[in-house]
Design a protein around this ligand. Sequence first.
Ligand SMILES: Cc1ncc(COP(=O)(O)O)c(C=O)c1O
Length: 388
Amino acid sequence: MNPARSATALSLAAGSSRIPLFDLQRQRVRLDADIKARIDAVLAHGQFVLGPEVDLVEKRLAAFAGAGHAIGVSSGRDALMIALMAMGVKAGDAVFVPAFTFAATAGAVASIGASPVFVDVDAETFNMDPADLERAIEETMAAGRLTPRAVMPVDLYGLPADYPAIAKVAAAHGLQVLADSAQSFGGWIGDARVGALAPITATSFYPTKPLGCYGDGGAILTESDELADAVRMIRSHGRQGTGDAAVVLGLTGRLDTLQGAVLLAKLDVFTEELRRRKEIAATYSAGLNSVVTIPRIPEGYESAFALYTIRVADRDGVRARLEEKGIGTGLFYRFALHQHPAFKDFDGRSLPVSEMLADEVLSLPIHPDLRDDEVERVIAAVIEAVSA
Ligand SMILES: Cc1ncc(COP(=O)(O)O)c(C=O)c1O
């Protein structure tokens, strides 16, 4: 018998089907009628580029986040690039990014000709360490090769970065702050939502994100009219409104109308889905606290729980044993940024926490349609896998 089929037969024999890391189909079935009706409406009106759904979803995103403007763009990575361009970041500038994040964070910086400088992260929250940010800025100034220009904290796994502390360091050195909130739309600090935690914020609607569309999409949120105007021009070939002249260098970076339609359907249930993600995370934390290192959510912070990520010493062994039990997991991330071949030219700092996390992190299944019995099965399987 082929091994895949025999594994399926075994898990069915045990009375349980596989639990994948993500399951987008359950949500699609739940929202099927609404999503199809909204897509049909786009097909009927035919305004596929910057149609009314984009306008409406931008208004709803801005209202949800409490930001003055939300501008729909083509992806999270493009959101970062467009925001950096709107901020005037350029070749010769240093942009400080956490070393433990998705490659797109530093890729966006390098793509516009600026240089990412890697900053270590906190081992408990997984987010940028403000003390190491201070050191990185001082080292960069002392080296004298690059001009410190901006800080780009990442809200890893959905938890907002320490914006209050980072804003202080940034202000002391005259740096701009751009939030890479690709994973955290829906998160909070105190009374302020992601989108209003930094002067400018980029987010992603990649399908597995807490608010995901059915393809690539993203948004930029800001309070600043000036930055919003620049972003609108850059996402549309650098043109102002429908004018023919390219006022600034731009790209084809708009959110598709069809993706806007999908997002409108998903926004209707987003608050409830965030609540369910939080509930699942709390159940995991209660069940796993004494077995593995669970994520720490600081007082006053709310994570959007794009991912629920534990730390465990024998990570690869635990992962293999979970797979045998039919539990899908993910490695976000197996490499710190400076360990990617693409970023070897930007290495040079000591980043021990990021390197340790790359060896220890393991993300467990989390999505709003995960059932309670499945959450319990994951917890039991992790306990067994860790003690094997
Ligand atoms: C931290 C981070 N930054 C940027 C991105 C890029 O977003 P996208 O995939 O929409 O381009 C992602 C996600 O995929 C991400 O996780």
